[in-house]
Ligand binder design. Structure first.
Ligand code: FEO
Length: 405
């Protein structure tokens, strides 16, 4: 089904209602997704991006219902990860000579994936493709989130085809922001940012400033996943501006694993201490072995501080905690504080090791952590509460020192 998004452009993508994970199992997708492809029909006809490989035949077949494929003058590939380039081989079989406009790095990625000598045309920022009444202008956006990424701007209709930027893994029959559940859409947009774009936040900030400088009138932002923004274009842009600037809210997340509940008791007692010292702070607890890892990363993205706790297992920490620590290191968070805790029976190395890991991940680690032998008794629970209170006071003191500096 094709859906009109502007005078000359229509959506010809695929909604994937049953997608539950993306990037293999790296990213959970609780609300499915869509692979947004767009057809622009002016004096010249352009297809922007395709869809993921499992839907290649369906995509080409539905596209053929809209247009004689031989009438497609150009394909523009804004980004060539397989969720967007997967249907290229099926399509190019039908129109083998069609020029494929992409960045130089985009060509290398397409060649690396499909090993074909197609008709590539390399473009860079500022290059244009006149289509008749409208013109496409290309804007490179390297590492947002792959080296090949670019955006394309359609003058006349004032549409920014932003690819992964401003997108969400969100399947919907609504397609547009004015008819979607915006609470869900923004939650998915934030999860997308926190788990995919966060490591590249300084580049996102810079790109937003560059777009500001270009002064492009934008009526529609058409990303490559999820809802298309047309009712309130500025809202998602302003969210990106906030999210890319070392984002945090007044939230502390406690991430823990536990074998026989001792470290869980510590986590909950530390939370009590934080709330006692600073009732205005929201404290959220996650068992890293049970909770969705990407929801945990999103919670950390929102947090001003993170405590991680784990019992010592074989002189280290648990499998689940190891995975979360690896994710935290990759996300390159800035301006967040941290601390560690855990129970132990005889050697107790986990707390110190997690402290080093948190520091390596870029967190400002407060103190040397709290270790407790065996099962917490009343005194140990009190020590955990005091640890939580002291942590909250240290956060307050840091915040006030930043205000006076
Ligand atoms: Fe939606 Fe980076 O591909």
């Amino acid at each position: 089904m094709a859906i009109k998004i502007s005078d000359h452009a229509q959506w010809v993508g695929k909604t994937d209602w049953q997608l539950t994970s993306f990037h293999g199992d790296e990213l959970s997708t609780h609300h499915g997704s869509s692979y947004n492809s767009y057809l622009i029909r002016d004096k010249k006809t352009v297809l922007i991006d395709t869809v993921w490989l499992p839907f290649d035949k369906e995509f080409v077949s539905r596209l053929r219902e809209q247009i004689d494929l031989k009438e497609i003058d150009y394909i523009v590939m804004n980004h060539n990860e397989v969720d967007h380039s997967g249907a290229l081989p099926e399509l190019i079989r039908e129109i083998p000579d069609v020029p494929i406009y992409c960045t130089k790095r985009g060509e290398a990625i397409i060649r690396g994936h499909y090993h074909q000598d197609w008709n590539f045309v390399n473009v860079k920022t500022g290059d244009t493709l006149p289509l008749g009444d409208t013109t496409l202008t290309f804007i490179e956006a390297p590492m947002l989130h792959w080296p090949d990424t670019m955006m394309s701007y359609l003058s006349g209709d004032k549409v920014l085809f932003s690819n992964d930027c401003f997108g969400q893994h969100y399947a919907s029959s609504s397609l547009f922001d004015d008819s979607a559940d915006l609470n869900e859409v923004f939650a998915e947009a934030e999860k997308y940012y926190a788990n995919i774009l966060q490591p590249f936040s300084p580049l996102v900030s810079r790109k937003l400033k560059e777009l500001d400088g270009l002064n492009l009138p934008i009526d529609v932002i058409a990303p490559s996943h999820g809802i298309i923004w047309r009712d309130d274009v500025s809202s998602i842009v302003e969210h990106y501006r906030k999210w890319s600037a070392a984002y945090q809210e007044n939230v502390v997340s406690i991430l823990y694993d536990t074998m026989w509940n001792s470290t869980r008791i510590m986590a909950e007692s530390i939370a009590d201490g934080i709330r006692t010292a600073d009732p205005s702070t929201e404290v959220r607890l996650f068992n890293v072995a049970h909770h969705d890892k990407n929801d945990i990363v999103t919670a950390v993205f929102r947090s001003k501080a993170v405590l991680i706790g784990c019992p010592t297992i074989n002189q280290g920490y648990s499998f689940a905690m190891g995975g979360i620590i690896e994710m935290l290191k990759g996300m390159k968070f800035r301006g967040k504080h941290g601390a560690t805790f855990g129970s132990y029976g005889w050697s107790g190395e986990a707390v110190e090791r997690m402290g080093k890991d948190l520091a390596e991940a870029g967190f400002n680690v407060i103190g040397n952590g709290l270790r407790l032998l065996w099962v917490p008794d009343e005194n140990a629970v009190a020590a955990c509460r005091t640890f939580g209170e002291d942590f909250a006071y240290a956060l307050q003191s840091d915040a006030s020192s930043h205000q006076t500096n």
